[in-house]
Design a binder for this molecule. Structure first.
Ligand SMILES: [Ca+2]
Ligand SMILES: [Ca+2]
Ligand SMILES: [Ca+2]
Length: 210
C-alpha cells in the first residue's frame, strides 16, 4: 500500500496574521545583519549587539593604548657657544643658539628647530630656559641675547637690569652709561677715542684706552 506523506509546506507568515512570527531570535539576528528584517525587536537586538561589540572594541583599544610605554619628553637642553642654554637637535649632538630657533632657517639637520609645534606660538611653546622676559612684560628675547652687550629689550633690562644679573663688562668693553640706544652700561673699547661721544661722561674719549 502506497503511503503518501504530506509535503511540508513552507511557512507563510502572512497566513498567521500580522502579530504572529515563526522566526527564532537567531534567525532574526542573522536576517538583521543582512538588512532583511525590520521588526522593532530585530532592530533592538541589532543595536544592542553593535553597542556591546563597539564597547568591547573600545575597551581593548584603550587597554592597548594605555599599556604602551609613554615616550618621555625630549630634553633639549644643552650649553651653546654663548655659554647660555641652547637647543639640542635630534642628532643629540648639535647644540644651536636659542636665537637660531624659529628664525626660518633650518639650523638642525632635520629642521626640528623650525617645527611649527614650537614656533607657531612662541614664546609660549618654547622651553623657559631658552627665553628671557624683559622688564616690560610685553617683550621677551632669546636667552643668548641676554648679557651680550646689546640693548635687545630696549630698556636695557637684559643688560643692566637686576633680573638679568649680568657680569661686569669684560675686558673688551668700557664701563660707562652709553648715550647710544644700542648699548647700555658697556661699550666696545673699539669706540674709545674715535672722536665720537659714546659715554654720557665723555670717558670713552678722555679716559678709556683701547
Ligand atoms: Ca632655525
Ligand atoms: Ca642683549
Ligand atoms: Ca667714542
Amino acid at each position: 500500500m502506497t503511503r503518501i506523506h504530506p509535503q511540508r509546506r513552507s511557512i507563510d507568515a502572512s497566513s498567521f496574521g500580522s502579530t504572529v512570527s515563526t522566526y527564532s531570535e537567531k534567525d532574526c539576528y542573522e536576517d538583521c545583519t543582512n538588512c532583511k528584517c525590520c521588526t522593532r525587536r530585530c532592530i533592538l537586538i541589532c543595536v544592542v549587539a553593535f553597542l556591546v561589540l563597539g564597547t568591547i572594541v573600545a575597551a581593548v583599544a584603550c587597554v592597548i593604548i594605555f599599556a604602551l610605554p609613554q615616550q618621555p619628553p625630549v630634553n633639549r637642553y644643552c650649553a651653546a657657544s654663548s655659554n647660555q642654554a641652547g637647543f639640542l637637535c635630534d642628532d643629540r649632538t648639535t647644540c644651536i643658539e636659542a636665537s637660531e630657533l624659529c628664525n626660518r632657517i633650518k639650523n638642525c639637520l632635520n629642521g626640528e628647530d623650525e617645527d611649527a609645534d614650537i614656533c607657531s606660538n612662541a614664546p609660549n611653546n618654547l622651553p623657559g630656559y631658552l627665553i628671557f622676559r624683559c622688564a616690560d612684560p610685553r617683550f621677551w628675547i632669546f636667552i643668548d641675547k641676554k648679557c651680550n652687550g646689546i640693548n635687545d629689550c630696549g630698556d636695557c633690562s637684559d643688560e643692566s637690569g637686576q633680573g638679568a644679573n649680568c657680569p661686569a663688562c669684560g675686558s673688551q668693553w668700557w664701563t660707562c652709561v652709553s648715550v647710544f640706544y644700542q648699548y647700555c652700561n658697556c661699550i666696545p673699547r673699539s669706540l674709545c677715542r674715535d672722536g665720537i661721544q659714546h659715554c654720557s661722561d665723555w670717558s670713552d674719549e678722555f679716559t678709556c684706552t683701547n
